[in-house]
Design a protein around this ligand. Structure first.
Ligand code: MLT
Ligand code: ZN
Length: 452
């Protein structure tokens, strides 16, 4: 336990978002479900706020203790309990690093597909809390599709097991689906049963360069229309590519106007032919260069470069507000045009990259101005609201994978009706009537102020 006054508490008051620093009064690094439940019992008895925390890699401030109190960290619950080839199931504690879990199941010939870009340092418990996505979501879906069962410690100290270990199951209401993506506001996940898939025998990737994002977006739409099911269909613009140059020299073409990164998996037979067809579609859409990465090490280098886009942008700019809007797949080109127009209208440098195949774009508003300059803050706020309004007009949603946390809570009414949010407040009160568990997250206060 880190007690008041401990310098290390500062680390438990920040994450990967731009939301600021909120050091807690203390942090408890629990080692078991019983300890987690005990913290939640004592917190309820003494009416102290508790903020659950995984690895602190969240992008929306979801794990920041904005009301002080206790941070309940699951980082020490880092054991993979079971990997079962017969059942195609893995049972794990929440503190296991996602990339390590993937490597462990792959060693046994299986695969856990969800691959958030932060997989080298995010934890599986945090992925469950935020229903994390990632590039492979295009073919394989997001975390929720893989969570079969959960052990959860509830506010007040009760422990609940829900879900199952079987690949199918419709017994009772689907509480597991409700806990996944609830951003640590319903309970603290202490054990997770995950569905696994057989590891695909062959994987190959293709990197195509384009003069601009319009051509790259056209390639994404064309691949989808032609029925391609690559496991990833990523896009990145010129600004994103330029930033990667220093961290991963020579891997992504820094002078290209845009790229798409297409990765296919499946049986050895036919993969090469599919890759050639995909390359031709990219060329027809305007690709000026198409490169195939067929060895594991070539692919790994490409993905390392892709994964450092976000950290590189953060390193290079004093202000980086990173969004993860999602539009219907057929609207990607229109959304890219609107993002371009926003950059001009608000005179902000914008870097756009992400999971274009899913319509899920990371729009990063960048500036080197003083982050405390009120006029800059105001301009960014207006640009954000315009971005969300454009997204919603095209039938999209505020967040495709990072969640709401505190960063986007004020924008929720743009997308959801007051009635819908009130039903969600009712749901939250069922698990946490005193609003002590991860308070101040996801839902904005009731407009009449009675349920903050
Ligand atoms: C990514 O896809 O790189 C992550 O979601 C991080 C980000 O959006 O910045
Ligand atoms: Zn992403």
């Amino acid at each position: 336990m880190l007690r008041p006054g401990d310098d290390r508490l500062a680390d438990y008051g920040r994450d990967e978002s731009h939301c600021g620093r909120f050091p807690p009064d203390c942090a408890v690094l629990v080692e078991s479900a019983d300890e987690a439940a005990l913290v939640l019992r004592l917190a309820a008895e003494h009416r102290v706020p508790v903020t659950p925390r995984g690895a602190g890699s969240g992008m929306t401030g979801g794990a920041l203790p904005v009301r002080g109190g206790v941070v309940l960290s699951t980082e020490r619950m880092g054991k993979i309990v079971d990997i079962d080839e017969d059942d195609l199931v893995c049972v794990t504690q929440p503190g296991v690093i996602t990339g390590e879990l993937q490597a462990a199941v792959e060693e046994r010939g299986m695969c856990y597909p969800p691959d958030p870009a932060s997989l080298a340092f995010c934890s599986i418990g945090g992925n469950v809390a935020s229903n994390a996505g990632g590039p492979r979501a295009f073919k394989y879906g997001v975390t929720r599709e893989y969570v079969l069962g959960l052990d959860v410690a509830l506010m007040g100290g009760e422990r609940l097991r829900c879900g199952r270990r079987t690949s199918k199951g419709v017994t009772g209401y689907d509480l597991v689906a409700g806990f996944v993506g609830s951003e640590g506001t319903f309970g603290v996940v202490t054990e997770i049963v995950l569905k696994l898939l057989p590891r695909p025998p062959a994987v190959a990737a293709l990197l195509a360069s384009y003069p601009d994002m319009t051509a790259a977006g056209a390639a994404v739409s064309a691949l989808i229309k032609r029925g391609f099911r690559p496991r990833t269909l990523e896009i990145a613009d010129r600004t994103s590519l330029e930033h990667v140059r220093a961290r991963a020299p020579g891997t992504l073409p820094a002078t290209a106007g845009a790229i798409t990164l297409v990765e296919l998996d499946g049986e050895d037979d036919g993969l090469e032919a599919a890759l050639v067809r995909a390359g031709q579609i990219c060329e027809t859409a305007g690709a000026t260069d198409v490169r195939v990465a067929s060895t594991d090490s070539e692919r790994r280098r490409l993905w390392q470069a892709r994964r450092v886009i976000s950290p590189s942008l953060r390193e290079a700019h004093r202000i980086k507000v990173s969004e993860d809007i999602c539009v219907p797949r057929g609207r990607i080109l229109q959304m890219l045009e609107r993002i371009q127009a926003l950059s001009v209208r608000f005179d902000l440098l914008v870097a756009t990259f992400g999971h274009a195949g899913d319509g899920n774009l990371h729009v990063n508003l960048l500036s080197d101005a003083d982050p405390d300059d009120g006029r800059v803050k105001e301009r960014i706020e207006q640009a954000l609201e315009a971005l969300f309004r454009d997204t919603l007009e095209l039938g999209g949603t505020l967040s495709g994978e990072h969640g709401i946390g505190i960063a986007k809570r004020r924008f929720m009414p743009l997308e959801q009706s007051e009635a819908l949010m009130e039903w969600q407040r009712t749901w939250k009160r069922m698990w946490d009537p005193e609003e002590l568990l991860n308070p101040g997250k996801v839902l904005p206060p009731h407009p009449r102020g009675c349920h903050e």
